[in-house]
Design a protein around this ligand. Structure first.
Ligand code: FES
Length: 422
């Protein structure tokens, strides 16, 4: 079972479904809920399967909840300040026993609500209203939310993503550049693998006067068709305002999505990406005494080193995994052992692997994606990371295995091409 390995230094109280939960001030709400063993946290749309946080970086739906009346909040990206009211949304019953879970048993092959009883008078409208009820993602806020302030900002360079490559790119850029990152604090995967190095990168990144905006998500990146100056437009949503950036150049350093491996019940609460598990550990939270780890790589090795002495980690080869075991959360793992299927009790399953590049924003702005049978989908970039006019990629997004160096190369190139101060 998850628990804190040390008490919070600056504790605040939040409330989850009426129960008081202690959080460390500033840590994501999802971290506090995991530490308090509040799994499952959510239910999937449509089939209402139990959900728990998986990626802890805003890339899955495992942590969605209603926070202070606002539906569909990614609690892994919302820092705890104290006093937050976190509620399970879209269930009939409780987060543990949701009557709408029956949909998962009644429709084992999924629900095709476009065709189910379609056209049958009387029945189709009942089915449609049922589909609407089970498929939703919460209800609208109780009160009308105040409009968010919006501003327009012209910048020389916008960097999207505050991992090692984005920070290294920003370190090459002077005043007039801005980096946006959706996490509560920048550093990305580097913050989990090597926190000291991540801190170092953050201080270097802002030494030349460039700005770093945390908790700010770039949701759109596009070229304004009417404009002929080639500038890119980016819409970024932060805690207090929305900003329309108009940039001479954009460096996308959005990294890679958390890996998703194909094994049975891979969506059970208690399955975590290796990055998420390591981030929790760095935040003083252990996932349990006995863990299964799938995959090899720098992140997975760093995780094993970090939790050695605290958790017993059983490494399982990806090809041997059959399924996660458990009803509403992981209680074990089933894997092939020669000809036989074997089961082990574990508190959590940690999933490693490279994941796929987070290409969405770059593609919106016109970058091209190609498929390679060995490495999967990847962006078409030149050797310095150029993806198109004024558009650049950096780090693992473009397949680099040395994100810091890749970010620095791209930052220098952009600075020179725009004629910015060296
Ligand atoms: S989106 Fe929050 S855990 Fe994945």
């Amino acid at each position: 079972m998850p628990e804190r390995v040390k008490p919070p230094e600056n504790p605040v109280e939040i409330v989850h479904d009426g129960t008081s939960v202690v959080a460390e001030r500033g840590e994501p709400l999802a971290h506090a809920l995991i530490a308090a063993d509040r799994l499952p946290l959510a239910r999937s749309a449509k089939l209402h399967r139990p959900r728990g946080p998986y990626c802890l970086r805003g890339g899955c739906d495992g942590c969605l909840a209603r926070v202070d009346g606002e539906p569909n909040v990614m609690t892994c990206l919302r820092p705890a300040h104290g006093g937050e009211r976190v509620e399970t949304q879209n269930v009939l019953g409780t987060r543990g026993i949701d009557a709408l879970r029956a949909a998962d048993f009644l429709f084992p092959r999924g629900i095709d609500h476009h065709r189910l009883f379609a056209g049958i008078r009387g029945v189709s409208s009942i089915v449609q209203s049922f589909a609407r009820r089970v498929a939703g993602l919460g209800t609208l806020p109780e009160t009308t939310m105040a409009p968010t302030a919006a501003t327009r900002r012209e910048v020389d360079v916008l960097v999207v993503g505050g991992g090692a490559s984005g920070l290294a790119a920003l370190a090459e850029l002077p005043v007039g550049a801005v980096l946006v990152d959706d996490g509560p604090s920048p550093g990305g995967r580097k913050r989990a693998i090597d926190p000291d190095r991540a801190r170092d990168l953050v201080s270097k990144a802002t030494a030349r006067g460039a700005e770093l905006w945390a908790e700010t998500t770039a949701i759109a990146l596009y070229r304004e068709p009417e404009r002929v100056d080639g500038r890119l437009h980016a819409v970024a949503i932060g805690p207090e305002r929305a900003t329309l950036f108009v940039a001479r150049a954009v460096i996308v350093a959005s990294g890679r999505h958390a890996p998703v491996l194909a094994f049975g019940e891979n969506d059970l609460p208690g399955v975590y990406s290796a990055g998420a598990a390591l981030a929790l550990w760095r935040g003083g939270i252990t996932l349990g005494r006995r863990l299964a780890l799938i995959g090899d790589g720098a992140m997975e090795d760093a995780f094993c080193r970090a939790v050695a002495g605290s958790s017993d980690v059983m490494r399982v080869r990806e090809v041997d995994v059959v399924r996660a075991v458990g009803r509403a959360r992981v209680t074990g793992i089933a894997f092939r052992d020669g000809e036989r299927e074997h089961r082990e009790r574990v508190d959590a399953i940690v999933v490693g692997g490279p994941g796929s590049p987070a290409t969405e924003l770059a593609v919106q702005a016109g970058a091209e994606v190609e498929f390679d049978a060995l490495s999967g989908y990847r962006l078409r970039a030149d050797e310095d990371g150029r993806l198109g006019p004024g558009l650049y990629g950096a780090g693992s997004l473009i397949g680099s295995e040395t994100p810091t160096a890749s970010g620095a190369v791209t930052g220098v190139r952009v600075r020179r091409e725009l004629g910015l101060a060296g």
